[in-house]
Structure formats: structure tokens, C-alpha cells
Design a protein around this ligand. Structure first.
Ligand SMILES: *[C@@H]1O[C@H](CO)[C@@H](O)[C@H](O)[C@H]1NC(C)=O
Ligand SMILES: *[C@@H]1O[C@H](CO)[C@@H](O)[C@H](O)[C@H]1NC(C)=O
Ligand SMILES: *[C@@H]1O[C@H](CO)[C@@H](O)[C@H](O)[C@H]1NC(C)=O
Ligand SMILES: *[C@@H]1O[C@H](CO)[C@@H](O)[C@H](O)[C@H]1NC(C)=O
Length: 273
């Protein structure tokens, strides 16, 4: 699922582990998956963004809008580029991205570690740099990267990519560095493997954020379970290294948002959307 983005942030006194200048503070925003699955398009996503703006969430900082799985056609084109689904985005993603920017939000990408995404769209294995170029050309610089299509083969390693989950996440981290060196654009990198392999232990070595938990469901017990789980793992957080919590609230268009805890030293504040 998805959704996103809430973050349990704990500012520790230690040195940032992976400091490449982005993602020092928690990203806040919205992800299409929980409410829409694959069934979204430019008009439904724009409507969602408008609702967030109207209710003041964008002003509060909820300004990332992740297009989750299914924005691309299942086949890459002849040069291996992902192609935005023209039925969903008839004016193309650069134009849609500009439309979202006018609402004060920024489109963000979903990608996969393997050859395919969960729903069978192109995954980035072996095309990390090329896909960063494509996402960037669509106005995106935040990547939520999943292991979905290779989970059955993930532990300890799969026989297709011949690399384990850690190695495949690292490939993209290296590509992000390479892309930044080429262009000056540094993607914010958020790992998603649902907490199966203890990302709070290793995630901050290569990324700014990681999912601790499984997919959210739109009811309280699911939300409470995520908060509970995060409460045992907050110790791993520091400046620039934050777990992504996926929390919903009931809004028009099933908008899922966020509860953000932000603690600093002994003072803490709590925003709830
Ligand atoms: C866009 O998607 C919504 C559902 O998310 C659907 O109701 C609507 O008909 C779609 N619009 C177009 C133009 O496909
Ligand atoms: C594939 O898509 C990319 C990005 O839109 C484009 O630059 C390239 O020309 C396309 N390749 C072909 C063969 O159409
Ligand atoms: C990967 O994608 C294919 C194509 O949609 C699908 O048949 C398969 O079940 C997916 N595998 C996993 C592990 O999600
Ligand atoms: C790779 O793993 C899959 C799933 O476990 C298995 O079906 C397949 O036979 C394996 N292929 C090779 C070449 O080992």
C-alpha cells in the first residue's frame, strides 16, 4: 500500500550517517496506493492534490505526491525507457508534474528493485541510472523503492538478479550518487521492504528513509499497529535517517495522511492531519 508519509523522527545527537544533503527532515505527503491501487489518472490524482491544498495540508508541509505503482506502461520503449501511461496521463508526465507544482506539491516516484514492480510494470534492476533520468525528466526527485516483485525470491538472494535485497537497494543508492555527480540533482531515497529485514539497522547507510511496517489498511487497528511498531524502532532515527510511517486519515478521496511526531531533545510537538 501505501501511503505515506508520516514519519517518526527522532533527532539524536550523533552525526548523520548518510549525509548527501537531502532528506534531513521528514518528507511528508501522499501516496496513491492505498486509496487508488492501480486505478488512478491525472484527474483523480490532481483532485487529491487539490483537496490537500484546500485543507491546508500543503501549507503544513505535506508536499510530496508519490505516484505509486502503475503509472508506466508494462513495456519499456525501444531504448529501454519507461513510458508514462498515455491513457492515465494524456498530456504526459512533465505537464502533469507542472500542474502539481502549481498546487505547491512535487511529484515523486515509485520504483522496484527487481525486473518488475508488484503489478508487473517495469522494475529498475540494471536500469537504475536510466530510470533516475526518466523520473527527473518528469520533475521527480524523491524515490520510494520497493522489493515487491522479487519478494518471493528475496531471502537470501534471488536467482534472477544474482544479488540480494541489500545489494539491489545499494545499486540504486550508487546510481543516485552518480546521477547527482552528473546533474547536481540528488534524489531522496526511501526504502520499502516492509521491515522484513530490519531496515532500521542498515537503511541509513544508503538512504534517508525506510519503511518499518507493512501496508496500512484504512482502519484504526492497522494504524495503531504501525505506531506501536515504530515506537520500538525510533532509536535508529537521526537527522537524515528516518522511518517512513504510513498512516491514513479519512478524507474526501480517501486521503491518507499523516500523523507526524517530531521530537527534538526533550521538547516534542505533534501534528495531526
Ligand atoms: C480517472 O480515474 C477515476 C478513478 O480513479 C475514474 O473515475 C475516472 O473515470 C478516470 N478518468 C479518466 C478520464 O479516465
Ligand atoms: C523512449 O522514451 C524516451 C523518453 O521519453 C525517448 O527519449 C526515446 O526517444 C524513446 N525511444 C524510442 C525508441 O522511442
Ligand atoms: C511479478 O509480476 C508478475 C507480472 O505481473 C506477476 O505475475 C508476479 O506475480 C509478480 N511477482 C511477485 C513476487 O510479485
Ligand atoms: C529460480 O528460482 C525459482 C523460484 O524459486 C525457481 O522456480 C527456478 O527454477 C530457479 N531457477 C534457477 C535457474 O535456479
Amino acid at each position: 500500500m501505501q501511503l505515506v508519509i508520516g514519519t517518526l523522527a527522532y533527532m539524536a545527537m550523533s552525526v548523520a550517517a548518510f549525509n548527501n544533503g537531502v532528506g534531513e527532515l521528514p518528507a511528508l505527503g501522499y501516496d496513491t496506493f492505498n486509496a487508488f491501487g492501480c486505478d488512478y489518472n491525472a484527474s483523480s490524482v490532481a483532485a487529491q492534490a487539490k483537496v490537500m491544498q484546500k485543507h491546508g495540508l500543503v501549507d503544513l508541509g505535506y508536499n510530496i505526491l508519490i505516484l505509486d505503482d502503475c503509472y508506466a506502461l508494462k513495456e519499456r520503449n525501444a531504448t529501454g525507457h519507461m513510458v508514462a501511461d498515455p491513457t492515465k496521463f494524456p498530456n504526459g508526465l512533465p505537464a502533469f508534474s507542472a500542474q502539481i507544482n502549481k498546487l505547491g506539491m512535487k511529484l515523486a516516484a515509485y520504483g522496484d528493485n527487481g525486473y518488475q514492480t508488484c503489478a508487473g510494470h517495469p522494475g529498475s534492476y540494471g536500469r537504475e541510472l536510466q530510470d533516475l533520468q526518466t523520473w527527473s525528466s518528469w520533475g521527480m526527485s524523491y524515490l520510494n523503492r520497493e522489493i515487491a516483485n522479487s519478494t518471493a525470491l528475496d531471502i537470501p538472494a534471488d536467482n534472477t538478479t544474482q544479488e540480494n535485497m541489500l545489494g539491489r537497494f545499494q545499486r540504486m543508492a550508487s546510481a543516485i550518487e552518480e546521477f547527482a555527480a552528473q546533474t547536481g540533482i540528488t534524489f531522496e531515497y526511501s526504502l520499502c521492504e516492509w521491515g522484513w529485514q530490519q531496515p532500521w539497522v542498515w537503511g541509513r547507510k544508503m538512504a534517508q528513509a525506510w519503511r518499518n511496517d507493512g501496508d496500512i489498511k484504512p482502519y484504526w487497528s492497522a494504524l495503531a499497529a504501525i505506531i506501536d511498531q515504530a515506537s520500538f524502532q525510533y532509536w535508529a532515527c537521526e537527522y537524515g535517517a528516518l522511518p517512513t510511517m504510513t498512516l491514513p486519515v479519512d478524507y474526501p478521496y480517501h486521503m491518507q495522511c499523516i500523523i507526524c511526531y517530531y521530537e527534538q531533545g526533550s521538547s516534542s510537538s505533534h501534528e495531526e492531519a
